[in-house]
Design a protein around this ligand. Structure first.
Ligand SMILES: Cc1cc2nc3c(=O)[nH]c(=O)nc-3n(C[C@H](O)[C@H](O)[C@H](O)COP(=O)(O)O)c2cc1C
Length: 241
């Protein structure tokens, strides 16, 4: 049975939000991933960041995808060197705000599209311990090397499986594929953002939603509560096993 440890100094009644924020980060050249992200963000609460290459107007598809090919080759040849990655526009993000990151990635030459790899090269280490979910769009190639790129660039991420693979020809079905996938990975179990009221003292803690439901009406037992540290108005509540 889980024990609720209340580290607040005194009896209290606090209304607050248990934060479980999600970030969607994506890159899209021909807008398939962009359409996927639009469908995704209509189904979940999330902040969205679009990665943009610093160099504008490049035609990645010209000459049999020559630019994309050489960018991917540079990364493959020297994945630990920052200069292998194409520059991207600066991104304003504080990873501490998020505990789940969903990555929307086009596949290029079997790998993750180069500009998105640049973003993860810069921020992947800050994603340690976060839930990492991956959605990949390709014309036909399988996505295992894109998954490998994500694991290389986010070495300590908590990867949620399976990833979602949406072929470009399936983009118009993205909405239903996403909702099935969110159920399959149990998205609401690890990423719900719940407004709650805590009342109680050091030896008793009752948790209610703002609409007055006891938390135990929402989960069938206290055992379903996720173990973790919750920050409530700047104070810590630990839920332990
Ligand atoms: C440079 C480049 C390389 C690509 N390489 C592949 C590939 O090897 N296999 C494949 O199935 N699709 C490949 N594609 C197609 C994209 O994965 C596909 O069109 C995807 O839907 C693009 O997403 P976007 O529209 O969000 O950019 C490539 C596309 C580009 C631009």
């Amino acid at each position: 049975m889980k024990k609720l440890l209340l580290t607040l100094a005194a009896c209290c009644a606090i209304s607050c939000a248990v934060q479980a924020k999600t970030l969607i980060v994506y890159y899209s050249y021909t807008n398939n991933v962009e359409r996927i992200v639009t469908a995704l963000s209509s189904q979940i609460e999330a902040d969205v960041i679009e990665v943009e290459p610093a160099e504008k107007g490049l035609d990645y598809a010209a000459n049999n995808y020559a630019i994309g090919s050489s960018q991917i080759a540079a990364i493959r040849n020297n994945p630990n060197d920052k200069s292998s990655y194409p520059a991207i526009d600066p991104v304003d993000v504080n990873m501490d705000d998020y505990d789940t990151v969903i990555i929307g990635a086009p596949l290029w030459w079997s790998q993750m599209a180069a500009p998105l790899q640049t973003f993860l090269f810069e921020y992947g280490k800050e994603m340690a311990g976060k839930n990492i979910c991956l959605i990949v769009s390709s014309a036909s190639s399988g996505i295992s090397s894109v998954e490998a790129d994500a694991r290389r660039l986010i070495p300590d991420g908590k990867f949620v499986t399976p990833s979602l693979w949406i072929k470009s020809s399936q983009t118009s079905s993205a909405s239903s594929m996403i909702s099935d996938w969110l159920k399959k990975i149990g998205y609401n179990d690890f990423a719900s953002d719940m407004s709650v009221i805590f009342t109680g003292s050091d030896d008793a803690l009752n948790i209610y939603t703002l609409s007055g439901l006891a938390l135990t009406d929402l989960v069938s037992s206290v055992d379903e509560l996720k173990r973790g540290i919750y920050i409530i108005n700047g104070k810590k509540i630990a839920i332990q096993q």
